[in-house]
Design a protein around this ligand. Structure first.
Ligand code: FAD
Ligand code: SF4
Length: 445
């Protein structure tokens, strides 16, 4: 059910960028914490892990208790410890920043406790008393995994429909391998499923193999966690040439198999977000000598995190600011990009055209939105392909909830987890109040 990946994958060449703490380092770091009342680090965490409490437990040698505190709020606490942009979340909010002292390394402490839980095989949670209710979860990424686990704790049976062979979503196929590799994400998914009572229907695409009507008929509630779709296209001349790829598509190839970089000497990444920055670091680590980012704005306006940009620069990334590509050229495969400089309003500057030689171009200009999969279900509203939900993930149609990238437009793993858990609790409340898809009067479009 959970597919195995080839042992030799391009991503296996990567080592951890942030090294784990030795046990003695973890204790020393934990003892630095001020255990703040109303801790700003907790507020900054979308899943509101009780950070001072878990750090206090590490300081007293209770790693097991620390892990339990983390997983209580975030069942994907192991992958979040590696993938979270802590610099702009908990660590960025730590009071030590205001004291001009190094902030507590919360992510590394979280990794210390959660890795230990995985190594020791600690389990903390059991399914709740059976309610006899069944919930379908569409997509097997972080949002659905977190929702399913919470629903099981509340006693509801779950079925995850995942169109791929394996679980984890972008946690498996997208996260930079210097943070986490694909097999670790799949191991985490298995760890989540160990609570029991979560059926996984892999290679089952809702809309193709299973219809929305099937879900509404067979389940008491539905959680939609389908994430985002394929890389957006630039719609430019030459885009179909071999050597021009979507960045997310290439990252998946690199993580699950061969990155296909034989003969690639010059790569260009188009875009200025975190996917572009990840792709550049990955290309450089895999030995591509020249990697250049083309971005239509400036350093101040780029969507990627400052700390990720600094790391990409340190790895050797080049950049052409205020530059867009206008065509991809080559005889049988990509040889060069036509480029032009743009002004602050993105209008091309006359006479600024130039060409940039490249063997590979990765487009990191966004991903398509998959909300259309729900089109036609009365009560559900889509905004530019994003599923509109309230703070609890309710879509407006009885029994139907959504969370993660498909509803927030594309954020982080920790947001998907928080939204999945919130939706699970809301589903539980709705079912307890006699609601759900089978509620008398629920509309069937
Ligand atoms: C390149 C890249 C790097 C990233 N790096 C980080 C990072 O370092 N840290 C971080 O916190 N976040 C990162 N993110 C963001 C993070 O991965 C996502 O926010 C998170 O995975 C969203 O979870 P999700 O469950 O909403 O969606 P996804 O992870 O996308 O999972 C959705 C799942 O639904 C399945 N699916 C889709 N349609 C259907 C259907 N019709 N039927 C059945 N199944 C379906 C998909 O196959 C997929 O498995 C990154 C994203 C990208 C693209
Ligand atoms: S803000 Fe910093 S010092 Fe305060 S509890 Fe959080 S980690 Fe500890």
């Amino acid at each position: 059910m959970l597919a195995e990946f080839p042992a030799q994958r391009s991503e296996t060449a990567f080592t951890d960028y942030k090294l784990p703490l030795y046990p003695a380092q973890a204790t020393v770091e934990a003892e630095r914490c001020l255990f703040c009342h109303d801790a700003p680090c907790v507020v900054a965490c979308p899943t509101h892990i009780d950070i001072p409490q878990f750090i206090r437990k590490i300081a007293s040698g209770n790693d097991r208790g620390a892990a339990k505190t983390i997983f209580e709020s975030n069942i994907l606490g192991m992958s979040c410890a590696r993938a979270c942009p802590v610099e702009v979340l908990c660590v960025g909010a730590c009071v030590f920043n205001d004291l001009h002292e190094p902030p507590i390394q919360i992510g590394k402490l979280q990794r210390h406790a959660t890795d230990r839980a995985f190594e020791e095989g600690w389990r903390f949670f059991e399914a709740g008393a059976p309610t006899g209710r069944r919930v379908a979860l569409v997509g097997g990424g972080p949002a659905s995994l977190a929702a399913a686990h919470e629903l099981r704790r509340l006693g509801h049976l779950c079925t995850i429909f995942e169109r791929r062979e394996f679980l984890g979503g972008l946690n498996t196929t997208g996260i930079a391998p210097h943070k986490m590799k694909a097999d670790r994400s799949v191991t985490e998914a298995e760890w989540v499923l160990a609570i029991g009572g979560i059926e996984v229907r892999s290679c089952a695409e809702v809309g193709r193999d299973v219809t929305l009507e099937d879900l509404e008929r067979d389940f008491d509630a539905v959680f939609v966690g389908i994430g985002l779709g394929a890389d957006s296209r630039a719609k430019l001349l030459g885009e179909d040439l071999p050597g021009v790829l979507g960045a997310v598509e290439w990252i998946e190839r690199m993580k699950l198999g061969d990155a296909g970089l034989a003969g690639v000497r010059r790569a260009v990444v188009v875009g200025g977000g975190n996917t572009a920055l990840d792709a550049m670091r990955e290309l450089l680590t895999l030995g591509v000598p020249q990697v250049t980012m083309l971005y239509r704005g400036t350093e101040d306006s780029m969507g990627g995190y400052v700390h990720e940009w600094q790391a990409a620069k340190a790895a050797g990334a080049r950049v052409e600011w205020r530059t867009v590509t206008t065509a991809f050229e080559g005889a049988n495969r990509l040889e060069r990009l036509r480029c032009v400089r743009v002004d602050a309003s993105r209008a091309p500057l006359a006479g600024s055209d130039f060409t940039l030689a490249a063997d590979l171009a990765l487009l990191a200009i966004g991903q398509s939105k998959l909300g259309a999969a729900l089109a036609g279900l009365a009560g559900i509203t889509l905004e530019s392909g994003i599923v509109r939900v309230d703070a609890q993930g309710f879509t407006g149609r009885p029994g139907w909830y959504a969370g993660g990238d498909c509803a927030n437009g594309g954020k982080e793993v920790v947001n998907a987890v928080a939204e999945g858990m919130a939706a699970a609790r809301a589903i539980d409340r709705e079912l307890a109040n006699g609601g759900g898809t089978k509620r008398k009067g629920a509309h069937h479009a």
